[in-house]
Design a protein around this ligand. Structure first.
Ligand code: ARG
Length: 587
């Protein structure tokens, strides 16, 4: 199915040809078109062009207007203010354009795919082995999953990497501790899996950490154990593998609860780069990008200094020969650039790791692994806060377990669904409760721009009014119910019909779906799509209040309004899917 040119693109083309007919030197200039309250669109670009050509802007605008072809897409264009153009779209064009989108049997609503797509490796949903997942891991998973959907929808070739924390000192510590305290995971524990097993491992991890921090001799034994692990000692490796396997079962259960598909081959943890670490260091040292300083292999940066004014280096290899987080990330870059052939590397990681990534990316640039054609970007996200505006903690001051939070969201949502439910069975209420609850959590995360902190407030998240996923899901379900009620009467476009203001506003907004998706994907900004969908649902609500659908005056009008309903529903459905959120047929 061919993609559909949006109305704003058509207007843009009309204006561009009128502009170059009037002022040949302005060929290719941007007329600066945007949606407007005064007309359907306003173009402000003539002001700057007039200034450059030393012409009177209103006169130039009037000349351009006389060159604009009207009748098909543009109904009317007039000069306003100092030299703006106010543009009104023909009703017929609005309906016809939506009809072309509606005819796209792929469900893509005529959204184009890139002719020459690139390859993006996206690093997201990266929890740590032997630790329970907390709200911070929620953000990376939810934002990352939506960006994956958005990029794939635009045709980008996307490779997912879950860079789980499965390597390093903490595993030496854990394995050593368990060897010395075998009774702490007794037989009963050995039989449980998933959440419970993870909770046991988490407890063990904390006990090991306490000992590591307080007992110097244990610390030495644990460190030796890391060396054994990295050297591939079979007994140590087997113990490590058990932790990894157990943790993965747990990760998968959490991701399933999140209604998110995570595939095993895409999980390439820190350990996956172990064989590359020594070579990464050698390459950096030989090229002079990294230098030895007090035994450690370091990269220095002019502008990165500590409180004492001395430069703070990126440590690639410690003085005891051990490799850390930076060596792994630098090796992962080499893998992603040279083996996976990525043009862009994207990291959905907490903003608090911004300095680490700045140093890692700059090091990779100096080494020639990154350049103008192969770029890296940290999509940094802010902190999840409690209602009190402080980082989210339990009443006891502990980090909140992600599963507890998701369970609570599902409970709350189920209560909302049950209250509104008319013809839903218990089973349906449970299913919808999960879809609404998980949707609420995802939407709250995705509807603010990623770099900002946000408050985790379940009351607000499952509210039926306001900018929530529940509001959008109800709008969708309401439309589906009207379409069911219509029975034999099918939606059909009638471009010859005049449209009311509410229909025009809804139609013009629905037509802008393609642009919104393109912008949200290009800027890695799911919140722009969320804002678009919320506005779509609001415009639908106005339309529905003002325009009777099944009781419209003529049969053509009934069909045309059903058609507007269906276009809106399909747009909501597709848009929500790109946010990773379900749209149940009934609520
Ligand atoms: N596992 C890390 C954490 O929980 C996040 C990993 C981010 N990705 C990376 N390539 N460093 O904080």
């Amino acid at each position: 199915m061919a993609s559909v040119t949006s109305l704003s693109d058509s207007v843009q083309q009309h204006l561009a040809s009128a502009l170059s007919a009037t002022l040949p030197e302005a060929a290719g200039a941007d007329p600066l078109l945007r949606r407007s309250d005064r007309a359907d669109f306003q173009a402000n670009g003539i002001l700057a062009l007039a200034k450059k050509a030393k012409a009177n802007p209103r006169e130039l605008a009037a000349q351009v207007v006389s060159q604009v072809v009207t009748g098909d897409v543009i109904q009317d264009v007039e000069v306003s203010g100092p030299g703006f153009l106010n543009i009104t779209i023909a009703d017929r064009a609005i309906t016809a354009n939506l009809a072309a989108r509606y005819a796209d049997e792929t469900g893509r609503l005529g959204v184009p795919t890139a002719a020459d797509p690139g390859t993006t490796v996206i690093d997201y949903a990266q929890p740590n082995v032997a630790k329970e997942m907390h709200v911070g891991h929620l953000r990376s998973a939810v934002i990352g999953d939506s960006v994956v959907q958005l990029l794939e929808f635009t045709g980008e070739n996307v490779i997912r990497r879950h860079h789980i924390g499965d390597w390093g000192t903490q595993f030496g510590m854990l394995i050593q501790y368990l060897d010395e305290h075998p009774h702490e995971l007794d037989h009963k524990d050995a039989e449980v899996t998933g959440e419970e097993a993870m909770s046991n491992l988490d407890r063990l991890y904390k006990a090991a950490r306490r000992l590591f921090d307080s007992d110097e001799e244990f610390k030495t034994r644990a460190r030796r154990r890391v060396v054994d692990l990295q050297a591939g000692d079979p007994h140590t490796l087997a113990a490590w593998q058990k932790f990894v396997d157990e943790s993965k079962i747990y990760f998968f259960s959490v991701f399933e609860k999140l209604d998110m598909e995570i595939r095993d081959p895409d999980i390439v943890g820190e350990s996956g780069y172990n064989d590359m670490l020594a070579e990464t260091c050698r390459l950096l040292e030989e090229s002079g990008v990294a230098v030895r300083s007090e035994g450690a292999l370091c990269v220095f940066f002019e502008d990165i200094k500590g409180p004492d004014g001395n430069q703070v280096p990126l440590i690639v290899q410690k003085s005891d020969g051990g490799y850390g987080y930076a060596a792994t990330d630098l090796s992962a870059i080499r893998d992603r650039v040279f083996n996976l052939k990525a043009n862009s590397l994207l990291y959905v990681v907490d903003a608090r790791q911004a300095l680490h990534f700045r140093m890692v990316f700059e090091t990779a640039r100096r080494a020639g692994w990154l350049n103008d054609d192969v770029t890296a970007f940290q999509l940094a996200f802010g902190t999840v806060l409690g209602k009190d505006g402080k980082p989210f903690k339990t009443r006891e001051g502990e980090t909140v377990r992600l599963v507890d939070l998701l369970d609570e969201a599902i409970d709350r949502a189920s209560a909302v669904v049950r209250e509104k439910a008319q013809d839903l069975s218990e089973e349906e209420i449970a299913e919808r409760g999960a879809q609404v609850g998980i949707g609420a959590v995802k939407y709250a995360d995705l509807s603010t721009s990623a770099n900002r902190d946000y408050k985790f407030d379940l009351d607000q998240m499952v509210s039926l009014n306001g900018d929530t996923s529940v509001y959008l899901q109800y709008a969708y379900a309401r439309i589906r119910s009207i379409l069911r009620k219509a029975g034999e009467v099918r939606p059909a476009a009638h471009p010859e019909l005049e449209l009311t203001d509410a229909e025009r506003a809804l139609g013009l907004h629905a037509d802008a779906f393609a642009e919104t998706v393109a912008e949200a994907a290009a800027e890695y900004a799911p919140h722009k799509l969320a804002a678009y969908l919320y506005q779509l649902a609001s415009l639908y609500t106005t339309f529905y209040d003002k325009c009777p659908v099944l009781k419209a005056e003529t049969p053509q009008q009934v069909e045309n309004r059903l058609f507007l309903c269906d276009v809106t529903a399909r747009t909501l459905h597709q848009g929500m899917a790109l946010l990773g959120i379900r749209t149940p047929e009934k609520l």
